[in-house]
Write a protein that binds this ligand. Structure first.
Ligand SMILES: [Zn+2]
Length: 274
């Protein structure tokens, strides 16, 4: 069976790259009933240091960011969220309290709550979502659609965008933008294996090279936290070096997630892969 390839990237692009940052601020601790101070203050680093540093680096390369933001973090840092949009980045939803547990029947209410908070700050509705835990159900998807969302970036079962399926029905107006299919995520390196930054950079460069050779989709997920994130100087330096490395290749397009979704949904039949 031949490997499906992206044949319809925007404007003849050879490879599409999205830099996505999950805010993961104090919501992470709040959701677990932790104090947000002392040992549990890593989330507070996101807005104070990580986000400004990573925005400066990305903007230095002319690269737009898609920020996935929880309702709690947006309430705690509305100016930061407004600034993301003002500087040309995309804001999308990421739970209310970064719920890393099954929320069951309460999910529609939680999704609506965060949606309303973000809409009030941004002055317009967001159109994308990433599950804080990776969990999702048909109820999640139906709710997202009812709120006007057009993409979800939670799945790990493919490495190109593809049309979502809800209860067996292919959706021609909703696309999955898979994430972290190959540890294109800082969390496991910095939280689990304590990998040195030089090795993280080498891993992501190799992954990019292989994705580029296939004409694929390189969807990097990072966090601005201290602790497991990439907000600190040397880890942010990995992002700086990686963006420089990627930009040296011809035919790469850096896109915000809603741009990718819109592109796919213009000709949905091309993206019915999985
Ligand atoms: Zn998160």
């Amino acid at each position: 069976m031949p490997i499906p390839r992206a044949s319809a990237w925007p404007e003849g692009a050879r490879c599409v790259v999205s830099l996505t940052i999950d805010f993961d601020g104090p919501c992470w601790e709040a959701g677990r009933g932790l104090s947000q101070r002392g040992y549990h203050a890593h989330g507070r680093y996101s807005a104070k240091r990580g986000i400004p540093r990573l925005m400066r680096i990305a903007e230095g390369h002319g690269v737009p960011i898609t920020f996935f933001v929880s309702g709690y973090d947006a309430e705690a840092h509305p100016d930061t969220v407004a600034e993301m949009q003002a500087r040309g980045h995309e804001v999308a939803a990421h739970g209310y309290l970064h719920e890393a547990w099954d929320v069951g029947a309460a999910e529609p209410e939680l999704l609506k709550k965060t949606h309303d908070i973000l809409t009030a700050i941004l002055g317009k509705p967001v159109t994308g979502w990433r599950s804080p835990s990776g969990r999702k159900t048909a109820l999640t998807m139906r709710t997202l659609k009812s709120l006007g969302y057009v993409y979800d970036s939670s799945d790990k079962d493919f490495d190109l965008p593809y049309l979502a399926t809800i209860a067996g029905e292919v959706q021609r107006d909703f696309v999955i933008l898979p994430n972290n299919t190959s540890s294109l995520d800082d969390y496991p390196f910095y939280r689990v294996s304590w990998t040195p930054t030089s090795e993280v950079l080498a891993h992501w460069q190799q992954e990019f090279d292989a994705t580029y050779a296939e004409g694929g989709f390189f969807n990097l997920t990072i966090h601005p936290r201290s602790g497991y994130g990439s907000g600190t100087p040397s880890r942010a330096g990995v992002i700086d070096a990686l963006l420089r490395y990627i930009k040296a290749r011809p035919g790469v397009r850096f896109l915000r997630m809603h741009e990718i979704a819109q592109w796919c949904l213009r000709e949905p039949a091309r993206w019915q892969f999985a």
